[in-house]
Design a protein. Structure first.
Length: 292
C-alpha cells in the first residue's frame, strides 16, 4: 500500500455510475439516491429536495469506488476546488500538498461519502440543506478529465424535511489534549446495522474499516503506520481493502451502513494531519474493533 493510501486511491481508477435515482416520499426516513459506480463514470440526479439524504452506493468495478459529497463555499468555483484537490493529493511536494489541503478545508464542506467494494455496497445518510453540491470519486483526482466526471447536485428547499435514521452505535472523531485527532469507538459493532460517525476534530477526516488478522493488536496497527510515516517498514496488518466513510468536515455527521463479514477490523484514517504533516493514524488515530 502506498505511503498515502488515499493518494493511491486517487490515482487508481476511472469509473462510471449508472442507474442513479433520487426520490422522496412524505413519511419516508430519508431522501434516496441510488448510485452505481462503473468503469467509465457515474450518473447522479441533477436536483432533489433538502433533508436527510441516503446515498446507496455500489460498484461492480473490481477496484470499487471512493465517492464523496462536498459543497464549495461562497465565491469558490468548482475549477478552484479541483485544482486544490489535485495539489493536495500530489505528494511530490509535501509542503505544497499540505498548504493546498489547508486551503481546501477553508473552501469546502465535505459531507462524507462511501468507500465501497464490489462485494460490499455502502449506504450513508447525511443532512443536505438547500444549495449546490458536487459528487466526486476521489480516486479520479490526478487523472485527466476530472472536471467532466464531477456531478453537480442542486438541493432545493422542501416543505417537509425527512430525518436521518437512528443509529445502533456511534464513532466520534475528536481532538485529544495534545492536539492530535483520535477515534472514540465501540469495541463491537453489528454487521448491517447503521453507525453514526461524528466529526468533532479540527479537520476533515475518514472513518475507514479494514479487516485484519485475528489477534492483531492496536499496537501492531500503530507500528505499521508509524513505520510508513517515517519511511520504514513494519508487517502489513490488513487482510482486505477499505470500506467506510470518506472525508467529512468538522461539525458534520453521517450514518453509515454496510454488510461486513464478521471478524476483527482496524478503524483508521489515511489522511495526514494538516498541522504536522504526519499521518493521523501514525499519531494514534486508529482502533481495533470486532464486527459481529
Amino acid at each position: 500500500m502506498r505511503t498515502r493510501v488515499i493518494t493511491a486511491l486517487a490515482l487508481a481508477l476511472t469509473f462510471t455510475a449508472s442507474a442513479s435515482v433520487a426520490h422522496a416520499d412524505p413519511g419516508a426516513a430519508a431522501n434516496i439516491v441510488d448510485v452505481v459506480v462503473e468503469t467509465s463514470g457515474f450518473t447522479a440526479p441533477a436536483s432533489m429536495p433538502a433533508g436527510a439524504t441516503t446515498f446507496r452506493i455500489q460498484s461492480p468495478d473490481p477496484e470499487g469506488a471512493y465517492l464523496g459529497v462536498l459543497r464549495a463555499g461562497p465565491g469558490v468555483s468548482l475549477q478552484q476546488v479541483i485544482a486544490d484537490l489535485e495539489r493536495a493529493y500530489d505528494r511530490a511536494d509535501p509542503e505544497d500538498a499540505l498548504a493546498a489541503a489547508r486551503k481546501l478545508a477553508r473552501e469546502v464542506v465535505m459531507h462524507g461519502g462511501a468507500a465501497v467494494l464490489p462485494s460490499t455496497p455502502v449506504s450513508y445518510t447525511t443532512e443536505l440543506t438547500a444549495g449546490t453540491y458536487h459528487l466526486i470519486d476521489f480516486k479520479e483526482v490526478g487523472r485527466p478529465g476530472l472536471a467532466e466526471k464531477v456531478r453537480t447536485l442542486r438541493v432545493r428547499p422542501a416543505p417537509w424535511r425527512p430525518s436521518p435514521p437512528a443509529a445502533a452505535a456511534q464513532i466520534t472523531q475528536y481532538r485529544a489534549p495534545d492536539g492530535t485527532s483520535r477515534f472514540e469507538a465501540p469495541a463491537t459493532i453489528r454487521s448491517g446495522r447503521p453507525v453514526r460517525v461524528l466529526n468533532r476534530s479540527r479537520q476533515f477526516n475518514e472513518a475507514i474499516l479494514m479487516p485484519v488478522r485475528p489477534g492483531t493488536t492496536r499496537e501492531q496497527v500503530g507500528a505499521y503506520f508509524t513505520a510508513m510515516d517515517e519511511g520504514g517498514q513494519a508487517p502489513y496488518p490488513f487482510t482486505g481493502r477499505p470500506v467506510g466513510l470518506v472525508p467529512m468536515s468538522p461539525g458534520q455527521s453521517a450514518v453509515v451502513r454496510a454488510d461486513l463479514s464478521p471478524g476483527t477490523y482496524a478503524l483508521v484514517t489515511w489522511l495526514p494531519d494538516y498541522r504536522t504533516g504526519r499521518g493521523h493514524a501514525a499519531q494514534g488515530m486508529h482502533e481495533i474493533l470486532t464486527v459481529e
